[in-house]
Design a protein around this ligand. Structure first.
Ligand SMILES: Cc1ncc(COP(=O)(O)O)c(C=O)c1O
Length: 489
């Protein structure tokens, strides 16, 4: 702990130095001569003010900036629901191979057979992991997968002459679920959770109607709990002709252990960038392939990559398809990484990932239990939620304060205030790629923060103190966003 305090002091001193902006020393670089070939009428009357500095200083400037970034390669990043696991560098090597990077989607299929083979094989691997009959690689993110899947479900019902336009969503759902439904023109009805955090089957039975197109569930859910009633849920839906949609953002907990198709799921999306490791965050890059049962396959986006008579081809002959959902065929770079990741691990490796992800979360949950409120008892799956209710009630320290304090310890804050049904919620997903030492260090820091909430609550209120910009007024920032550079000019 003394070491941590020392580190924080050091960082603080450095950040104070940089607070007035980044001071780059000027270098003596001779002014560039203006070509006489340019007509004088086109020349600027006064010289343009360009920063003048040597490469060394520019390099140092950007290196310093990059060191201020929190990243999976540099920091523990337990951002619940986001699966910020280590992204093996072999993925980058593969994605950077010239045969992949130099290809263009307008090229003749003859010239890009290798890239198409990779897509076809990835399709097959994802079909196998899902236990479903066909995958479309088109969607470019998890949320885009949700929207595409809902369009597929809608097309399926329209094809049957049914106008169902209602989707059931549990109250623990990720915000993108209702948003995707709304974008697709569906009405959303919320299904309650039981006190144990699982889908309330009675509420589901009461809310399902002949107008219900689907239920979207996340399993394990955003509380980190696996809903063992999934088959019952599927039965309830199927009896009324509705579809079961799985938000597969949490596949890291179950891949290789259980196949969604075997649980009665009709359609699901993957978050390739999370589960199958592409560096992601701040809106991209991502890929959200969807997997569907046989009856939904005709409605998938077109074209589909296929293997016919010894050649990889684009199959456009899909008359019931919803068509294209984005330009070209999907986020190819993410596909290369996901394919590399799956092939590098193999079947037992994939299973090992989910085993270890679940173990790490339970280990950490157990270590934090004495200091924070655990609203849902362990065991959990790959993530768990804790509440800072006790810290808030006793010392006025909120989840937000704790998240900010973690930054001073060089740790990316967990997801906070989500799911909405847990007050002062912190959602922690350590992932399988962290060492025991990192987990222990995090637990020790969280314990220290809980103690400091009692002994010196101002520390949490003022945090972070090690960053160039310290605590901002979040309410003001939300109400009066300053989105322009040089706002006051
Ligand atoms: C449970 C869940 N569903 C859906 C999404 C949306 O995925 P994406 O960010 O790729 O659009 C997320 C993203 O965090 C998620 O956690």
């Amino acid at each position: 702990m003394e070491k941590i305090d020392h580190d924080i002091k050091l960082l603080f001193e450095q950040s104070v130095e940089g607070q007035s902006g980044v001071n780059l020393p000027q270098c003596d670089v001779p002014e560039a001569s203006v070509s006489e070939a340019i007509p004088s009428a086109l020349l600027a009357a006064t010289p343009v003010r360009l920063p003048e500095m040597c490469e060394r200083e520019v390099t140092r400037h950007f290196t310093r900036l990059s060191e201020r970034m929190m990243s999976v390669d540099a920091n523990f990043y337990p951002l619940g629901s986001c699966t910020m696991k280590y992204n093996p560098k072999i993925n980058e090597w593969a994605a950077d191979l010239p045969g992949f990077t130099a290809g263009h989607p307008y090229q003749d299929v003859q010239d890009i057979q290798g890239s198409m083979e990779l897509m076809y094989r990835l399709r097959q691997l994802l079909e196998e992991i899902a236990g479903l009959s066909e995958v479309s690689l088109h969607p470019a993110a998890g949320a885009h997968g949700e929207l595409t899947a809902m369009m597929v479900v809608r097309a399926y019902f329209r094809d049957r002459g049914e106008n169902r336009d209602e989707v059931l969503i549990p109250d623990t759902a990720h915000g993108t679920n209702p948003a995707s439904c709304a974008l697709c023109g569906e009405r959303v009805t919320i299904v309650k959770s039981t006190p144990e955090g699982l889908v309330d089957l009675d509420d589901l039975a009461a809310k399902i109607t002949d107008n219900t197109a689907a239920m979207m569930i996340t399993n394990p859910n955003t509380l980190g709990l696996f809903d063992k009633s999934i088959k019952k849920i599927a039965d309830i839906l199927h009896q009324r002709g509705a579809q079961l949609y799985l938000d597969g953002a949490n596949m890291n907990a179950i891949m290789g252990q259980v196949r969604p198709g075997d649980c009665g799921v009709d359609v699901m999306h993957y978050n390739l960038h999370k589960t199958f490791s592409t560096p992601h965050g701040c809106g991209g890059p991502g890929a959200g392939p969807i997997a569907v049962a046989e009856h939904l396959a005709p409605f998938l986006p077109a074209p589909q990559v296929d293997f016919v008579d010894g050649k990889y081809v684009w199959d456009f002959n899909r008359p019931k398809s919803i068509g294209k959902v984005r330009t070209f065929y999907g986020q190819f770079g993410v596909m290369v990484r996901a394919y590399t990741y799956i092939r590098a691990l193999g079947h037992s490796g994939i299973k090992n990932v989910s085993d270890k992800a679940v173990l790490a979360a339970n280990y950490l949950g157990k270590k934090l239990e004495p200091f924070y409120t655990l609203p849902y008892p362990l065991p959990c799956m790959h993530e768990f939620v804790i509440s800072a209710e006790k810290q808030k009630d006793d010392h006025g320290i909120r989840a937000l304060d704790i998240a900010k304090q973690l930054i001073d310890y060089g740790i990316h804050p967990p997801t906070i205030y989500f799911p909405l049904i847990v007050s002062e919620c912190m959602m922690i997903e350590p992932t399988e790629t962290e060492t025991l030492e990192t987990l222990d260090r995090f637990a020790a820091i969280m314990q220290r923060i809980a103690e400091q909430a009692r002994t010196n609550p101002e520390l949490a209120h003022q945090a972070p103190v090690t960053t160039p910009v310290s605590r901002v007024d979040e309410v003001k920032a939300a109400r009066e966003p300053n989105l322009r550079w040089r706002y006051k000019e």
